[in-house]
Ligand binder design. Structure first.
Ligand SMILES: NC(=O)c1ccc[n+]([C@@H]2O[C@H](COP(=O)([O-])OP(=O)(O)OC[C@H]3O[C@@H](n4cnc5c(N)ncnc54)[C@H](OP(=O)(O)O)[C@@H]3O)[C@@H](O)[C@H]2O)c1
Length: 340
């Protein structure tokens, strides 16, 4: 095992690399730094030297086996019984192409890139392998490594729900519940970019943030219940798991969609039929990962239309502290880890 206080400096040509390994499900202490075999790029792969990555709510959920109600057994069957089968978590990163396979044509060593391994994970390491035609694209020049690494976990989820599922349109009223998290900060921006009028639900401390991202109105959830605010919305996006269709039905406008980003098994089954008689739709489930969405989000970031929100930047060695901050449920945007 590596000395956790030592800096992560990969040795050129080494066959191993530093990685954060989850040895079993549990609290942040189950994440340990270890040397593991370095991935080798196949003919169509890039090997990326990671400069920054995030600890997302998804990483913390897997590490802790903390899942919405009724999802415990399915998660264990899919991810592993006593510990995650993919012991190195990490859904997103920014870094430099270290090596490319023989058939790679669009990238070369030295290129700065952003990658989204997504559910395949593996970004909590000094190197990540990804296919050239996978979720990887050139880093927006004006963003530093931490900013570039913090775009895609929240961005792809928000894009999936708002655009692919709800097909949000200009002029619609969108309420984002949990507007200060990684998904919520992206959702506020993407809804506003689509021409929607955005209401953000967050704590008073995050009001300025939500307004700066494009919300036109903020409801402080600690002071007011949005279902009693006397308003209605075409889209209600719950990024917290704090509501359900029964509560939202009165505030959903005709044709309204409730997006349940966080939802237990019963809610997911209910979403198949709830709302039909009222002309509403309830949408739940895992956001699909699409390479074209990743490229689109990075193009938006390149144009300055989508900006990452960062709660804290920590050295990779402090990954357990990063998990603890995510576990608090209080982070604003993303927690970023940097590697040398
Ligand atoms: N379905 C999918 O495919 C999918 C994909 C990605 C993520 N998710 C899930 O989506 C959820 C959101 O992810 P995330 O990364 O955005 O989480 P996050 O960054 O950890 O969200 C934390 C934020 O939520 C706010 N918050 C907490 N309780 C709230 C409440 N009752 N009302 C309004 N805001 C509240 C907190 O603000 P305060 O401190 O001010 O309260 C904090 O800023 C997670 O549960 C994650 O697992 C699902």
């Amino acid at each position: 095992m590596m000395n956790p206080s030592s800096a992560i400096v990969p040795l050129a040509g080494s066959r191993t690399m530093a990685a954060a390994v989850v040895t079993r499900y549990g609290d942040p202490g189950v994440v340990v730094l270890r040397d593991v075999p370095r991935p080798r790029p196949g003919p169509h792969d890039l090997l990326i030297r990671v400069r920054a990555t995030t600890v997302s709510s998804g990483d913390a959920r897997v590490r802790a086996r903390r899942v919405p109600e009724g999802m415990g057994l399915p998660l264990r069957l899919v991810l592993g019984w006593n510990a995650p089968r993919a012991a190195v978590l990490g859904t997103e990163c920014a870094g430099v192409v270290e090596a490319v396979g023989g058939a790679v044509t669009r990238f070369r060593p030295g290129d700065p890139v952003v990658a989204f391994p997504g559910a395949s994970m593996g970004a909590h390491a000094a190197f990540v392998r990804i296919r050239e035609d996978g979720a990887v694209a050139r880093k927006p020049d004006h963003l530093g490594w931490p900013e570039a690494a913090a775009l895609l976990f929240g961005g792809t989820t928000a894009f999936h729900y708002l655009h692919r599922a709800a097909r949000v349109k200009a002029g619609e009223r969108v309420l984002v519940l949990g507007a200060s998290g990684a998904v919520g900060t992206a959702a506020v921006q993407l809804a506003r970019l689509a021409g929607a009028e955005v209401t953000a639900v967050c704590s008073g401390a995050n009001e300025t943030l939500a307004l700066s991202l494009g919300a036109s109105r903020v409801i402080d959830y600690q002071r007011q219940d949005f279902t009693r605010a006397g308003s209605s919305w075409e889209v209600v996006m719950d990024c917290v798991g704090a509501t359900d269709y029964a509560r939202c039905r009165p505030v959903l406008a005709p044709g309204g969609r409730l997006l349940r980003v966080v939802c237990g098994l019963a809610g997911q089954l209910g979403s198949l039929f709830q709302g039909r008689r009222s002309g509403h739709r309830v949408i739940a489930g895992v956001a699909r990962e699409r390479t074209e969405d990743v490229r689109h989000l990075l193009d938006l970031a390149r144009r300055g239309a989508l900006r990452p929100v960062i709660d804290a930047v920590l050295p990779f060695e402090q990954i357990a502290a990063a998990h603890a901050r995510v576990d608090s449920g209080r982070k604003r945007g993303s927690i970023v880890l940097t590697l040398r």
